[in-house]
Design a protein around this ligand. Sequence first.
Ligand code: EPZ
Length: 429
Amino acid sequence: MDRIRIVGGNELTGIIPISGAKNAALPLMIASLLTDDTLTLENVPHLADVEQLIRILGNHGVDYSVSGRRERQGEGYSRTISFTARNIVDTTAPYELVSKMRASFWVIGPLLARMGVAKVSLPGGCAIGTRPVDLFIDGLQALGAKIEVENGYILASAKNRLTGNRYTFPKISVGATHVLMMAATLARGETVLENAAREPEVVNLAECLNAMGARITGAGTSTITIEGVDSLSGARHRVIPDRIETGTYAMAVAMTGGDVLLEGARADLLQGALDVISQTGAEIIETNSGIRVLRNGSGISPVDVTTEPFPGFPTDLQAQFMGLMTMSKGKSKITETIFENRFMHVQELARLGAHITLSGQTAIVEGVSKLKGAPVMATDLRASVSLVIAGLAAEGETTVNRVYHLDRGFERLEEKLSRCGAVIERISG
Ligand code: EPZ
């Protein structure tokens, strides 16, 4: 299994191109199931999760082609990929595929809307909490679907097409918002989704669906209205830059010091997190080519954060922020409200010398003046990258094991960081 070896202590200086967002690309790829025409997506990041979803879609009969050469926006590596679901050959998403990635469960929405039937295994994914699917079931039932759960599978059917309805999410869910919005595009009549997720990835998906002929308004607010249409066509659409990758590298610079341009990044996608990073003492400057992050000399100020749905501080940056806070000049409080089990990085950060105590959903971080390198390992994507950030700032050598987690969500991580002066390399085997 590959490992990442880091020798910490260097400042980061240079340019980091920001890739297309994993969490936008995945639902957009799934939206290709809604039409027999071709959906072309630009700026799709080259990640293990994307490759896995290509395999899952292939199982349903979706053809794909990577057009032309890899795009070189700055030094980005994202690609343009066309997806065509002309013939859906299978409406079952089997356990072997779905258990590897939770987002693949989302095929249930388009399959049900277009084919009137779907059989989808209950999902797997990162070990960050129980992550139930009750909201998907409730919401699809509100659109008239018949749902049964049998042997670990959800059997969904809507023989005479889904029917628009008003549905209020009892809890904000990004995935359930994606799924109900996709399903409602082909339903009969109007659907109104209340208490919907407002994440930029939801907006990106709605824009793509509208380009395909859907009639969606209100995405990005908590009320989304979808006027159902008979069919959707193909389109060409661009994946937004990855706000979590942006925030991660911004925190890396805030921790190591230096001056980095996050090329192609968009501040409006993570303003809440950028405000918090500025409060820690880093300078954030929006430029016409991206976001510049600088920190020199001054120590890191402690800041308290609580994770919240967008536009609040994202749970997907909580681990990285904790990494940053381990070297602050005081005590900070980090509260996780989205996933109940998202503190697995705590004991690994402690191996690097961090002082963190956990009390329920809150971590109290007492900043230390230095961290010391050590072998570490993490059990999810964002936790793994928090260890990379901490390793970059720690004295000496840190080895991060189980690199496959990083490959799920960070395109060419070690290459991007080493170009900015980090000593970081992948060790194979
Ligand atoms: C998306 O997951 C992201 N994944 C996650 O990113 C992200 O952490 C999360 O949204 C929150 O922002 C993708 O976009 C592929 P949710 P999702 O449904 O949609 C509960 C990463 O590291 N819930 O918004 O699965 C759920 O348990 C990943 O890139 C129910 O109770 O998250 C959680 O507590 C990890 N019932 C809360 O809602 C349901 O039916 C929010 O989850 C569905 C969700």
